[in-house]
Design a protein around this ligand. Structure first.
Ligand code: 0O3
Ligand code: SF4
Length: 331
């Protein structure tokens, strides 16, 4: 049986700008206010990231009743409902919002169109925290569809003012199919100018489309709870390449590589590069001799940190917000 010979790395892969920012918010909050810092839900869906932040002083909770009075609380990158936001404010926590700005953009759009009288069809996965957060921007009038069958069943109260929103981490192709079914049933439906599926989800799926046909097996680094990572594995499999998802290098099985000389490797938006490197080392130990990066889009997008956690790159000191008395300054 042939052992793996070559590893092909998808580009881009791994951390997106929203994940980078969310992790940095927790780390800076710990540095500035000291441990513990409470985080509602896993900051991003990755076991390694969560364990690393736990070791640094983060405590992850689901219920706000588990956060002591006066604590500092971070909302996860997936966003929260209005009810959660209001409860956190009412409990008086010091709050830092690590919701990805691209998720917040969807929340803002929902609130704006709801004021204009729109009802919504949301394409997403039931129970996912981002879907709960986006649907929870309104008390009513937002209907979840998970697939084309749901589109046939959904019953909006009116169809004059109907808009579509989506989770940011869906399969681009599945979402297009579901959107087409929505359009076919509700021809007046308003669709986002730029689709809600984000640049990082799109780019990682595009990279898998280039990678899959060139390899004998695809390995995706990502945690089981990570929607976007699961979509990468599914996509490779749909394209006809055997594909596995692993949370760490320990989960790799020698059998997966028997008779397969070219291994494709990618990582979800919440999976750190250190895990990719550990997977490379393990596949090399099984026989792979070369590692090659595929050509792909270079991502340069970066999101600013929230007020109170910004640090001046040149001085390493905290940037205080401008006030009439002091003007802008770095401390
Ligand atoms: O939404 P998903 O389960 O893919 O979330 P991850 O794995 O934490 O990845 C980051 C994406 C995100 C926070 C929402 O878009
Ligand atoms: Fe933001 Fe997209 Fe990353 Fe989600 S996957 S955190 S929406 S950049």
């Amino acid at each position: 049986m042939l052992a793996p010979k070559e590893i092909l790395l998808a580009e881009p892969r791994g951390f997106c700008a929203g994940v980078d920012r969310a992790i940095e918010i927790v780390e800076r909050a710990i540095q500035k206010f000291g441990a513990p810092i409470y985080v509602r839900h896993e900051i991003v869906h990755n076991t390694y990231v969560v364990n690393d932040l736990k070791a640094k002083g983060a405590i992850f909770i689901e219920e706000l009743s588990d956060v002591p009075p006066g604590a500092t609380l971070v909302f996860s990158a997936h966003g929260v409902s209005k009810a959660v936001q209001q409860e956190a404010e009412a409990r008086g926590f010091s709050i830092f919002d690590a919701t990805c700005p691209l998720v917040t953009k969807v929340h803002v759009e929902v609130a704006k169109l709801a004021k204009e009288g729109y009802e919504f069809i949301m394409i997403g996965h039931k129970g996912h925290p981002e879907v709960e957060g986006t649907m929870g921007q309104l008390d009513h009038g937002i209907h979840l569809v998970e697939d084309v069958e749901d589109v046939a069943r959904v019953q909006p109260a009116q169809t004059e003012k109907l808009a579509v929103v989506t989770q940011t981490t869906l399969s681009v192709d599945d979402a297009a199919e579901i959107s087409a079914a929505v359009r076919a049933r509700f021809p007046n439906v308003r669709e986002p100018k730029q689709q809600d599926i984000c640049y990082a989800t799109q780019n990682r799926q595009d990279a898998v489309k280039v990678l899959s046909p060139q390899v004998d097996v695809v390995i995706v680094v990502g945690s089981p709870t990570s929607s976007n990572s699961n979509r990468l594995r599914e996509l490779a499999a749909k394209l006809g390449t055997t594909a596995y998802m692993v949370d760490s290098a320990d989960e790799l099985q020698g059998d997966w590589f028997k008779g397969r000389s070219r291994v494709g490797l990618t990582a979800g938006a919440s999976a750190p590069e250190i895990l990719v490197q550990q997977v490379i080392d393990r596949i090399k130990a099984l026989g792979a001799v070369s590692v090659r990066s595929m050509a792909g889009i270079e991502e340069t997008i970066k999101f600013p940190l929230p007020k109170g956690l910004k640090i001046d790159a040149a001085t390493g000191l905290e940037i205080r917000e401008r006030t009439p008395e002091t003007g802008p300054s770095a401390h």
